[in-house]
Design a protein around this ligand. Structure first.
Ligand code: MG
Length: 405
């Protein structure tokens, strides 16, 4: 959107709709293409919620973990207190038990043979940040060197492995979806240095035995893309080809004990919104959302001065979301009243209303364009005739000349 054009085209309308009440909206109504069957919002819709403010964090360095963004849920921040957010990954039905992993020099360190751990927090779709370091003392090779793992929902492993100078099978490489997809690159730092994984995870969604959405994993390692929205074929695993499997609604984050004292730090996640909120919705969800927006706008209109131009336009705006017959009739009635009041004006009184009348006319023209009022909406035709008689339809330099004719 060209902001300048928005202000130059309709400044009085902006003022009209933005003063004196708790409007959720900013900008101009009756502007971009209207909502449709699968999009509850207009193009450039001023009623669309503003993005939530998040204070960004800071990047980590080799020696210092960064700060998470303001809305992150921290699972480990280097303190013993956050060790309490983890427990031993006991079998289902068994009593819970504290983890035997230890906090050392600000890192959560795997104690080999103590078993993998899980977060007490359960979650699903997320942006996840995990930093890890393989032991400085390099031992073993292939899958035996600096092996751990980040198990999303406890179900699918993003491999943690010291592959700095250590070939192994590609689908078991650091940053692989283990047993499913190799990483696109090897962007590891040397063993002993911390590596940063940034992961975007969308869980598989099954319904009535069918795959609705396979789920996807995106992984960056030290800022380098390793997994590019990789579909989840299944939970992966050792030696067996994966098949698509329903995931639960939520699950813990698990960290693997593969027998190596791998260290972790700066673990946090941000839950992601439901997928259907992005882009187009189903016709049913769109209709429900449009109905909700229309109701909000009608309620807002009711708080404005009865019979005012602002109230009329607010009710008219609601028609963009729900073509409610009663509201349409109310708008038609208010429009007729508005036109009568304009027709009663003359001379300077009429000229002083030019901006408002022009914008009301544009609003009615917009509604007609999207069939939200009849194409031959009487109020529009009358206002257009008045504008023509006043010369308002002429380029600015010729308006006075037209009036004198
Ligand atoms: Mg592993």
């Amino acid at each position: 959107m060209k902001l300048r054009s928005l202000f130059t085209v309709c400044p009085p309308l902006l003022l009209l709709v933005s003063t004196g009440h708790a409007a959720v909206s900013t900008g101009n109504a009756f502007y971009g293409d209207a909502p449709d069957a699968t999009h509850p919002w207009a193009i450039h819709d001023r009623n669309r919620p503003q993005p939530q403010r998040v204070e960004p964090g800071t990047a980590s360095t080799a020696t210092q973990p960064g700060r998470p963004p303001s809305d992150a849920i921290v699972l480990f921040d280097g303190t013993s207190a956050t060790l309490g957010k983890w427990e031993a990954d006991t079998k289902a039905g068994d009593p819970t038990a504290p983890t035997k992993w230890i906090v050392k020099d600000g890192a959560l360190e795997c104690v080999p043979k103590s078993g993998q751990i899980r977060s007490k927090e359960l979650f699903a779709d997320c942006q996840l940040h995990v930093e890890w370091a393989a032991p400085t003392n390099v031992q073993g090779d292939s899958q035996g060197r600096g092996n751990s793992g980040v198990f999303l929902m406890g179900m699918i492993e993003v491999q943690v492995l010291d592959n700095y100078n250590n070939p192994t099978y590609a689908d078991g490489f650091a940053g692989s979806l283990y047993g499913i997809a190799p990483p696109l690159a090897n962007a590891l730092r040397a063993p002993g240095e911390f590596q940063a994984y940034d992961i975007i995870f969308r869980r598989p969604v099954h319904r009535d035995g069918k795959v609705i959405d396979p789920g996807y994993v995106t992984v960056f390692c030290n800022g380098v893309l390793l997994q590019d929205h990789t579909p989840i074929e299944g939970p992966g695993g050792h030696m067996k080809r994966s098949v698509s499997t329903p995931f639960p609604e939520q699950g813990p984050l698990k960290l693997q004990d593969h027998g190596n004292p791998v260290r972790f730090r700066n673990i946090w996640y941000r839950p992601l919104p439901p997928r259907q909120m992005e882009g187009a919705l189903s016709p049913e969800a769109t209709a429900a959302k449009r109905k909700e927006i229309a109701a909000t706008l009608r309620a807002d209109a009711a708080t404005l001065a009865a019979g005012s131009t602002a109230a009329m336009l607010r009710f008219a705006e609601s028609l963009c979301y729900e073509l409610d017959a009663a509201t349409a009739a109310q708008v038609a009635k208010m429009a007729a009243s508005y036109v009568a009041s304009v027709k009663a004006l003359a001379g300077a009184d009429l000229e002083n209303k030019k901006g408002e009348i022009t914008n009301v006319t544009k609003a009615f023209q917009y509604l007609a364009k999207f069939s939200l009022v009849p194409k031959d909406f009487a109020a529009t035709a009358t206002l257009e005739q008045i504008a023509k008689a006043q010369g308002w339809d002429q380029p600015p330099g010729k308006q006075n000349a037209k009036k004198k004719q």
